[in-house]
Write a protein that binds this ligand. Structure first.
Ligand code: DP6
Length: 392
């Protein structure tokens, strides 16, 4: 038997992908840019075992057996096998796949991007592939292609009708700008959102703003964003990130029927960030929102203490600290914001418990293989070591 275990990161787009020109091949209507987050705080983990005695392919996600027949998973398997070393002894053996996220799925935080990137990366290790695999990850979920690389990543939409050039490439590695911190505010919200896949399909059909955005706004914005990243211009980086998030949500509202992802708490977070930047007389924090109400804030390490004190003041919480603050520990949690700042944001204070929890993380590297056998999620029989994980 042959067994491989890998982990892969989450990525958060700062120039959004929204809309496909080819549904089956998952080819986008515009380029996008993201930051890859550190796997220390959030990651997907996958073990794949090939065994000549397995009767069929099997797949478990977060401890629950799922159907392997879904089209996206099948196309990842098919495409990766085209690139595989066909002389391997285990090339024709059936496989068992076991995958889990180390972060709550309920948070709706790009779990499919990390999950498909991890699946494809692990398959590539199993079949000893060294070349490009972001095109295969793209077939699982568009945004997954960006999780194949670390640091700041651009997904080139490409021109080829078969998608050969629709691949992700690293812009700069994480070491280029280590001061960047990411604070994720998970908003208390149990409403079911429309999936990105169906939302963007309706946007392509009905939103003229989306067409305009893809053709006339994004190409210029991509270049400006790359300049901001390369020159480590935080103000520019955060400004473009916020504008692009706002425009993405505007196209969602321009969709018919509209896709409403942000809620009142999300909007209040935007207002607070703008007030804070105005008080500071410079852009110290930027926000971005994906297809859900949770905020992803970008700031520099030196601002984290004040920003988190501000958030604690405006969004008081009764959740125990150990549960509420996750990821990189926030130092100095007892620190209060200055009386001056308090006075200026007092009217924005919200009722108790508008946020579920907060994760601090940073920019990280791409997927990696775990050598230690104890990391495998499957036992020697090829069954999951842990069944049905309860993840809140
Ligand atoms: C709002 O990659 O989840 O997060 O390709 O249909 O699987 P599919 O969609 P998906 O869409 C992500 C949309 C987004 C923006 C982004 O990550 O660029």
């Amino acid at each position: 038997m042959k067994v491989v275990t890998c982990i892969a990161p989450v990525n958060i787009a700062v120039i959004k992908y929204w809309g496909k020109r080819n549904e089956e091949l998952i080819l986008p209507i515009n380029d996008s840019i993201s930051t890859t987050l550190d796997t220390e705080q959030m990651c997907a983990k996958t073990t794949i075992m090939a065994n000549p005695n397995f009767k069929e392919n099997k797949f478990w996600l977060n401890g629950k057996e799922e159907n392997c027949d879904n089209i996206r998973m099948q196309s990842c398997l098919k495409e990766i096998r085209k690139k595989a070393n066909k002389n391997l002894k285990w090339f024709d053996w059936k496989i068992h796949i076991c995958s889990e996220n180390n972060f709550p799925t309920a948070a709706g935080l790009a779990s499919s991007a990390a999950g498909y990137a991890c699946l494809v990366f692990t398959l590539a290790k199993l079949y000893e592939i060294d070349g490009e695999i972001s095109d295969v990850a793209r077939r699982g979920s568009g945004s997954a292609c960006r999780s194949i690389y670390g640091g700041w990543v651009r997904w080139h939409m490409g021109e080829n009708e078969f998608g050969f050039d629709s691949i992700a490439k690293e812009i700069v590695p994480k070491s280029h700008w280590p001061e960047i911190r990411v604070i994720i505010l998970v908003v208390n919200d149990s409403r079911k959102k429309y999936s990105s896949t169906s939302g963007m399909k309706t946007s392509v059909k009905t939103s003229s703003l989306l067409q305009y955005r893809a053709e006339s706004i994004v190409p210029k914005r991509i270049n400006e964003m790359i300049d901001a990243i390369k020159s480590k211009n935080f103000e520019k980086f955060a400004e473009i990130t916020m504008k692009d998030s706002n425009q993405f949500h505007a196209t969602c509202l321009d969709t018919y029927p509209p896709c409403v992802y942000m809620n009142d708490v999300s909007h209040s977070i935007c207002s607070l960030v703008h007030s804070y930047n105005e008080i500071k007389k410079s852009i110290e924090v930027g926000y971005t929102f994906d297809a859900g109400p949770n905020a992803c804030l970008y700031t520099l390490e030196k601002n984290v203490s004040e920003v988190i004190s501000l958030i604690n003041y405006v969004y008081p919480s009764s959740t125990p600290k150990e549960e509420y603050f996750r990821g990189i520990p926030f130092e100095d949690l007892s620190q209060n914001i200055s009386e001056d700042l308090q006075g200026k944001v007092m009217n924005q204070r919200m009722e108790m418990d508008q946020l579920k929890y907060i994760i601090q993380t940073k920019v990280g590297s791409g997927p990696k293989m775990l050598e230690d056998e104890s990391e495998h999620l499957l036992n020697e029989m090829g069954n999951p070591k842990v069944l049905i994980k309860t993840i809140i």
